[in-house]
Design a protein around this ligand. Structure first.
Ligand code: 5AD
Ligand code: SF4
Length: 446
């Protein structure tokens, strides 16, 4: 039988990256091998994101390009999934005429059935129903050879309804996965050589709320910490409001929990945080940062910030800058506010002009670059443990690994080291990465 090839393009967050891994695993069962070569594909999937308009536009322009491929090969099947697919549903077919099927965030498990129906009948399909349980949550995606790090979904959806955010509408309400299933999956991954797991959810701090037998997030971390073979645990994303003292304590008590937290603050103005419906004040956020740094002095803290939320004055913006000066994040992802249909913020007065949002973003990013470089420079001369992820993007001859604090380190080393934990000395700091030198001897890391 002729080989069938699948090409998947992923937009957006780590959740989407993992969903794509699950899609590939599921379609392997229907005989599809994944390829990086678009021209070889018999089936193309675009896993889309709609959190900001820019992400949505990228997906449209990619799909536009694919019309040529479809003209050359009428047998080619093209499907779109993810948040934009959930949002548009059958309207996607009207917008992009050469699409074959559209599947929403709860319908990944139906992919083989949809692909088979398209191949058989060449009909246009849309599946965007929501279910009480997300059937795809536990699809096992076997790690690729040589990989030492894997994502594990622990919950799905979000109940927070931050005023700017479409996620609760597109991924449904919050649902935790039973701990037994999570532990089984991680044991299986460990048996296949995985050393690091990243636990995924929109708001992992509220893990466990809908479980029959209640187990909270810190207790889940402690259970995972006991699995042989797993050396590192990460998680994303945390909501500052739900970051409990018990979880903060894990950063000192749980040896395997990495020294990094991504804690999106969004704004440094209490007035704007209130309008955003975030449920905490700047003072409360600062207090949690203090507690985290007391529990784990070398913890790295990263965040998300939105500039130009409706009604954000120069004074509100200055408060965000002042907060950044106080905290000095290791790095931040910062965004211009983007109006999303159906959200509470869409209806607010006081929308900020694009040019002003751009000005605010640029100044904020320049300040963050200063902080990031200063933080990285503090690490020069220190000894760090790396999980070696693969070849460096910068040079064929270098390897790349991550520190416990999530920083990228490039260094010279043998490719046989990929997937292993090794120690390096940091020789030079840059804005986006560090340079290291492999250490032969084993000792304490800084
Ligand atoms: N506009 C700009 N940024 C947004 N984010 C979410 N929704 C929007 C929006 N409408 C950002 C938030 C969130 C990150 C994933 O994306 O900062 O934490
Ligand atoms: Fe969106 Fe807020 Fe939920 Fe994060 S916590 S996914 S920003 S609604």
């Amino acid at each position: 039988m002729k080989n069938k090839y699948l090409y998947i393009q992923t937009f957006g967050c780590q959740m989407n990256v993992h969903d794509s891994e699950q899609m590939a695993a599921l379609l392997a069962g229907s005989g599809y091998k994944t390829t990086d070569n678009l021209k070889m594909a018999d089936l193309i999937l675009l896993n889309t994101c709609s959190i900001r308009e820019k992400a949505a536009q990228k997906a449209y322009s990619e799909l536009g390009r694919m019309v040529l491929l479809k003209n050359q090969n009428p047998e080619l099947i093209i499907g779109v999934g993810g948040c934009l697919a959930q949002h548009l549903g059958s309207r996607f077919h009207k917008r992009i005429g050469h699409l074959d099927f559209v599947f929403g965030t709860h319908n990944i498990h139906r992919l083989p059935e949809m692909v088979a129906a398209v191949s058989r009948e060449r009909e246009k399909i849309t599946r965007t129903d929501f279910y009480k349980t997300v059937h795809s949550i536990g699809i096992y995606a076997p790690p690729a050879t040589g990989t030492a790090s894997a994502f594990v979904t622990i919950m799905q959806g979000c109940n927070n309804y931050c005023a700017y955010c479409v996620v609760p509408y597109l991924r449904g309400s919050e649902m935790s996965r039973p701990p037994g299933e999570i532990i089984e999956e991680i044991k299986k991954l460990a048996d296949q050589g995985i050393k690091e797991v990243t636990l995924l959810g929109q708001n992992v701090n509220s893990y466990g709320k809908n479980l029959e037998q209640y187990l909270n997030f810190p207790a889940l971390i402690r259970k995972i910490g006991k699995i042989p073979g797993i050396k590192r645990i990460r998680f994303t994303t945390s909501h500052p409001r739900d970051l409990s003292p018990e979880l903060i304590n894990c950063f000192s008590a749980e040896e395997k929990l990495c020294r990094h937290i991504h804690l999106p603050v969004q704004s440094g103005s209490n007035r704007i945080l209130n309008l955003m419906n975030r449920g905490y004040s700047v003072e409360e956020y600062l207090q949690k940062i203090d507690l985290l740094r007391q529990a784990c002095p070398r913890i790295s803290i990263t965040s998300d910030i939105i500039v130009g939320f409706p009604g954000e004055t120069q004074n509100d913006y200055q408060e965000t800058i002042d907060m950044m000066e106080k905290i000095r994040f290791d790095s931040t992802f910062s965004f211009k506010y983007s109006d999303r249909r159906g959200t509470a913020a869409e209806k607010l007065e006081g929308k900020i002009m694009e040019s002003e949002k751009q000005r605010r973003l640029k100044l904020l990013q320049d300040l963050q670059d200063e902080h990031t470089l200063a933080k990285n420079t503090e690490l020069e001369g220190s000894r760090q443990e790396l999980l070696i992820e693969g070849k460096s993007k910068n040079s064929e001859n270098d390897l790349m690994g991550r520190t416990s604090s999530w920083k990228i380190v490039n260094f010279k080393g043998d490719q046989a080291l990929i997937g292993q934990l090794k120690q390096v000395t940091i020789t030079k700091a840059y804005l986006h990465s560090l340079r290291g030198k492999l250490l032969e001897e084993v000792g304490n890391v800084d």
